[in-house]
Design a binder for this molecule. Sequence first.
Ligand SMILES: O=C(O)C(=O)C[C@H](O)C(=O)CO
Ligand SMILES: [Zn+2]
Length: 278
Amino acid sequence: MKISVRQVSHPDAVRTFDTETLRGQFLIPSLFEADEIALTYSHIDRLVVGGATPVAGPLTLESSKEIGSDTFLKRRELGVVNVGGAGRVVVDGTAFDLAPRDGLYVAMGSADVRFESADAANPAKFYLVSAPAHARHETMKISLEQARKVTLGDIAQSNDRTIYQMIHPEVCRSCQLVLGMTVLKPNNMWNTMPCHTHDRRSEVYLYFDLPQDGRVFHFMGEPTETRHMVIANEQAVLSPGWSIHSGVGTSNYTFIWAMAGDNQDFTDMDMVPMTELR
Ligand SMILES: O=C(O)C(=O)C[C@H](O)C(=O)CO
Ligand SMILES: [Zn+2]
């Protein structure tokens, strides 16, 4: 297991960042490395973001100095979504089979978490997001059928999409984590425009289902100081509470959004009028 740390950036500093600095602070370029659990510990709401990609054998979630507890989930909760081939997550001896796109909420206090692939030729890719927790809510598998569905947008604005709310108070109880998947329909390229901020919560996006040479132009920054990053398939981007988070692809795509912070109210957004954007 490997873990790297990202400190927070003040919005005044971000105004001065060049492309490389911006990417170094906010882009997570590589999450799914064969036989590795690759994690990024971000100080925005202490979100830990990464991937587990078991190929030759199972992988075990270990703790580290950054986590500061003898087990990773002693004081944390974990969201998992499988964006690869079929796989299995074993939590304290209980097996959860995760088909592609299935999710799992893993309870605080779970001591032994293992990741396995059903077929090494088409390995599972477990996307992981963890936040600090203060209480135990039960481990639960969440399929897209069980998720709360919200349809938004229309083709005239190239943003016809379905939001699947998976770790959400109406679906699966958690302390801080709110997580789901947004699927854009073919010929629709825009997500989250009109855009918003929510200083009460930080967010992270994982973009996937893009062709190898497809890209998402992801917009971030204060509404009057927007910047963009060009993002490839299976890359993630951190979004502090003060930043917009929106993107347009060279084709349609899917993304997983996850949030933690002061509330779990998905609708608590400060919408940015289009006239304010710069
Ligand atoms: O398609 C969208 O719009 C989203 O998925 C928005 C994110 O879920 C979000 O930003 C929630 O705060
Ligand atoms: Zn948001």
